[in-house]
Design a protein around this ligand. Structure first.
Ligand code: SF4
Length: 392
């Protein structure tokens, strides 16, 4: 059999069934009603923040137990019951959901090459809660709060510990955007902006829509994955619809995060006129294989959410144990070729330290020759194909 026909016969990797987190809920939540579980207020109010509560969901290792206490003054744990229900107790400490949510002592290791502010957001700050790293884009840091504190978080030195961001500080950021006509694309981030009250979100959208120079409003939220019930709030959906189109960038990293609640959240957001994209983070031992990401990306596309970026883990202090070599990502991108439609293939990107910008990383597809001459490309199933770059 030729390489081509062999490659064509490989079956796509897909997520066969998508369960509800309510159906998966651990025994400690047995008496919680479905309407409580599907209420974002209930989920937020019952976030797991200490070892004793988490021990009712999984058997904690000694390392995790010690880390939860030791890390509480640095980057405290918070896990929504929805996300906790996705942990697979049978996988122990290797569970990819657990690894993203439960601290390890390795987070306390200091590495000289890692940084507290890896993207230079303070260095590039226009004012306390506004960062501008590109001429046409700016990021409002609108809240320190999140539904879950992801252990690989780039902004872990700011999220979860500080006083809430005041409305005055948000207004100063908006006023700076109004004064800068070059800014055409505004990211509302934090923390997770969907943890803000609806009236604050409404105010931000209304103010930005009054700026004729702002073309694009982006909402960067992980709640679609970690607390999707938030996206069933009719009031929120009405606000998003009123200021459509809002570009919603979310973060799914593993097929275990595919739930019927998340699928409903994406359907609701799309119905409200949002345009969805996913920004995965490449995490060692969690999703650092093409056969893990392929079914996730197929499912996201089915939900109307386009895989947009696959980020190399940023150089954030406390995340060394999550980092992969660049080659791992390049190998994944190479494996996607021909396996996945271009719609489902994200850009593989490194966000350079200190706010020096994003760089696209591509596997080298020219197997020999130079541009402007006769080239040989290696295609997705490993066959070298000659291509004349000098025609005309
Ligand atoms: S939701 Fe985003 S900002 Fe919040 S902890 Fe996770 S990665 Fe960080």
């Amino acid at each position: 059999m030729s390489a081509e026909s062999e490659a064509l016969q490989r079956a796509p990797l897909v997520i066969e069934t998508v369960e509800s987190s309510y159906c998966r809920r651990p025994p400690c939540y047995r008496d919680v009603t479905e309407s409580q579980w599907q209420s974002y207020r209930w989920q937020f109010a019952h976030r797991i923040a200490d070892a004793a509560s988490l021990a009712q969901v999984i058997d904690l290792s000694a390392d995790e137990r010690e880390a939860i206490d030791a890390i509480s003054s640095v980057f405290p744990m918070a896990i929504s019951p929805h996300y906790a229900a996705l942990m697979r107790p049978e996988l122990g400490v290797t569970c990819p959901v657990r690894r993203q949510a439960v601290p390890l002592l390795a987070e306390l290791d200091h590495h000289d090459s890692l940084m507290d502010d890896p993207l230079g957001e303070r260095r590039h700050a226009v004012c306390a809660n506004l960062t501008q790293r590109y001429p046409d884009r700016a990021l409002i840091y609108a809240t320190h709060e999140c539904a879950m504190r992801c252990r690989h978080c780039t902004r872990r030195s700011r999220v979860g510990l500080m006083e809430s961001v005041s409305n005055e500080a948000i207004q100063r950021a908006i006023d700076a955007i109004k004064d800068n006509k070059n800014i055409r694309d505004v990211l509302i981030s934090g923390g997770d902006p969907l943890s803000l009250p609806n009236d604050v979100l409404r105010h931000i959208f209304a103010e930005l829509r009054q700026c004729p120079h702002v073309d694009v409003i982006r909402l960067c939220t992980r709640m679609v994955c970690t607390l999707p019930q938030r996206c069933s709030d009719p009031d929120l959906l009405g606000i998003l619809g009123a200021y459509a189109p809002i570009y919603v960038n979310t973060q799914f990293n593993h097929p275990f995060e595919a739930t019927s609640e998340a699928a409903n959240a994406m359907a609701n957001l799309r119905a409200a006129g949002c345009i969805l994209g996913n920004q995965s983070v490449l995490l060692r031992g969690i999703n650092d294989r093409a056969d893990i990401l392929e079914p996730l990306y197929r499912w996201l596309l089915r939900c109307g959410c386009r895989p947009y970026y696959l980020f190399l883990c940023d150089v954030a202090q406390g995340t060394a144990h999550f980092r992969t070599p660049i080659q791992t990502g390049l190998d994944i991108m190479k494996a996607f070729r021909g396996r996945l439609s271009g719609l489902a293939i994200p850009h593989f990107v490194v966000d350079l330290p200190d706010g020096m910008g994003k760089v696209d990383l591509c596997p080298d597809s020219i197997s020999s020759g130079k541009t402007g001459a006769a080239l040989t490309f290696r295609n997705w199933f490993g066959v070298d194909v000659k291509y004349d770059d000098c025609i005309g």
